[in-house]
Design a protein around this ligand. Sequence first.
Ligand SMILES: [Fe+2]
Ligand SMILES: [Fe+2]
Length: 143
Amino acid sequence: MSKHAAANWNTNLETGDSHVDLQHQELFQLVTSLDTAIRDQDMKQIEDIILFLEHYVVDHFGAEEGIMKDANFEGYDYHKAEHEMFEEMVLDMRRLFDSSPSRTHLIFSIRKFIDRLVIHIRTVDIRIADIVHSLDHDTAESS
Ligand SMILES: [Fe+2]
Ligand SMILES: [Fe+2]
């Protein structure tokens, strides 16, 4: 088991949107990838993680923002602002990697990113469950 308490996925974190939930599980799996990269002292693996995150913030945040927009969700602005903060963190990671790839700093910034995003999943993304449940309810009523 990972030393990181945050590394554990559990069903309490489910939003009910299978696409979003799968992407959240992928984020949790990244903790294992990072541990492996640290163990192997492999900068290529660290760059792969950064590349993964560069795509992740586009695809995953885009998916969540689409769900919220479609539902006219009142918490959209706050949620979107948090996403923008994470996008900035990934840009910083890339700048750090390209300028002076210090393994220690990169590992620290990736860990910080994952830890914060796990908190975001627990406290902010979980509200997407309300949207998904109300959509399920509407569908059930109209059928
Ligand atoms: Fe999310
Ligand atoms: Fe989110």
